[in-house]
Write a protein that binds this ligand. Structure first.
Ligand code: SAH
Length: 202
C-alpha cells in the first residue's frame, strides 16, 4: 500500500511513510471489509461515515508537518485510523467525534492497539481549548467555512489542514498557517471529497 499508493504519488516524509507502514489499517474497518482495508479507496465505517483513502491520510499528515512530541488535535475521529497514524509518529493526539458510537469504538480500537490517544465526544467546531495551542490541527470532515476557533488554537507557524466546500460536492483541501502577528495564510492542496462537517443542531 505505502509504495504503490503513497510514495508513488509524491509523499516523501519518512516519518509519515513509516507510520503508515506500521499502523494495522485492517483493525479500523468493519470485520466484513477487512480484506479491502489496504485498497486505494475510502471504506464505510457505519453511521454514514468513512475511513479516508490511505493516500489522503498520508497527504494530510505530511501537510501538518508534525513530529515526535508535537501536540495535535483531530476533528472527526471516525474509525480512529488518522489518530493512530499521528500517535505512531510520536505525537500527543486529541481527537473529537460527533457520533458517540464511533467515538467509543475508535477509543476502544486505539487503546486495544496500545495508542495513548484521548478521544472526546462532541462537535469539534469550537476545537478543544483545554489542550491548546496545538502544533497541528487536522479536520477530516468538510465544513463550508473555516471554523475560526480552530485558527485561534494553532501555535504560530503550525498548520490547520482542512477540506472546505459544499456538502456532497468536490471540496478543496486547505493548509492554513498563522504567523507571529496573527496573519493567516492559506494554501490549496487540491480537490477532495469528504463527508460533511455536521453540527449538533443539524
Ligand atoms: N479521521 C477518520 C475519518 C472519519 S470521517 C478516520 O481516520 O477514520 C469524518 C468523521 O468526522 C465522521 O466520523 C463524522 O462523524 C465526524 N464529524 C463530522 N462533523 C463533526 C464535528 N462537527 N465534530 C466532530 N466530528 C465530526
Amino acid at each position: 500500500m505505502v509504495h504503490s499508493q503513497i510514495e508513488f504519488r509524491g509523499i516523501t516524509d519518512p516519518i509519515v511513510l513509516e507510520a503508515m507502514r506500521t499502523v494495522p489499517r485492517h483493525r479500523f474497518v468493519p470485520d466484513d471489509l477487512q480484506a479491502r482495508a489496504y485498497g486505494d479507496h475510502p471504506l464505510p465505517i457505519g453511521y454514514g461515515q468513512t475511513i479516508s483513502q490511505p493516500y489522503i491520510v498520508a497527504m494530510m499528515t505530511q501537510a501538518l508537518g508534525v513530529g515526535p512530541g508535537d501536540t495535535v488535535l483531530e476533528i472527526g475521529a471516525g474509525s480512529g485510523y488518522q489518530a493512530a497514524v499521528l500517535a505512531e509518529m510520536g505525537c500527543r493526539v486529541y481527537t473529537m467525534e460527533i457520533v458517540p458510537e464511533l467515538a467509543v469504538r475508535a477509543e476502544t480500537t486505539l487503546h486495544d492497539l496500545g495508542y495513548d490517544v484521548t478521544v472526546s465526544i462532541g462537535d469539534g467546531y469550537f476545537g478543544w481549548p483545554e489542550h491548546a495551542p496545538y502544533d497541528g490541527i487536522v479536520v477530516t470532515a468538510a465544513p463550508d467555512h473555516v471554523p475560526q476557533p480552530l485558527i485561534e488554537q494553532l501555535k504560530p507557524g503550525a498548520a490547520l489542514v482542512i477540506p472546505i466546500g459544499p456538502v456532497g460536492a468536490i471540496q478543496t483541501m486547505w493548509r492554513f498557517t498563522v504567523d507571529d502577528d496573527g496573519e493567516v495564510d492559506g494554501e490549496s492542496l487540491g480537490s477532495v471529497m469528504f463527508v460533511p462537517f455536521t453540527r449538533t443542531d443539524d
